[in-house]
Write a protein that binds this ligand. Structure first.
Ligand code: HEC
Length: 130
């Protein structure tokens, strides 16, 4: 009787550990699932994803993908990253990107002033260092 109870508790403990473990692994995978652009800070990527990636990623059309592809960002040389950062900063700061016409049908792609500042800061951090 006592042993059975012990086994029951043991099972519950084991199940809890398994649940926590699974949650952790899932979290770990979520964080490392970004292949090709892991050098983009998580908080910046969270802004870019809904605002830019439908066009500027491997899922996008040829033209925007050729301009800048965030799916393969890490493959750009540091010189290319610097140049693209300047271009991204300009497009975002002047509210040319995301395109206004796109925002009419995709309000979820809009970026707030805070998010805009975050992108600008990130772009500045990619400027060539003297
Ligand atoms: C609806 C699709 C779409 C979305 C969303 C979008 N873009 Fe673009 N983007 C384009 C197209 C199309 C071009 C023009 C490509 C060309 O003409 O070569 C472009 C061009 C650019 C360029 C190059 C500009 C130049 O003149 O060299 C940059 C940088 C850019 N986009 C950044 C962004 C960023 C950053 C976001 C998100 C904040 C974004 N775009 C969202 C479609 C999009």
């Amino acid at each position: 009787m006592k042993t059975n109870k012990m086994l029951g508790v043991g099972r519950i403990v084991m199940a809890s550990i398994a649940t926590v473990f699974t949650a952790f692994t899932a979290f770990g995978q979520g964080a490392s699932a970004r292949e090709g652009n892991a050098s983009i800070p998580e908080e910046v990527f969270k802004v870019l994803k809904p605002a830019c990636l439908s066009c500027h990623s491997n899922e996008g059309k040829d033209k925007p993908k050729a301009a800048v592809n965030f799916s393969t960002w890490d493959q750009y040389t540091s010189m290319e990253k610097t140049m693209l950062a300047a271009s991204i900063k300009e497009e975002v700061a002047e509210k040319k990107m995301p395109p206004k016409r796109y925002l009419e049908t995709h309000p979820e792609a809009a970026i707030s002033e805070d998010q805009l500042n975050l992108i600008v800061k990130w772009c500045d951090s990619l400027k060539a260092k003297p």
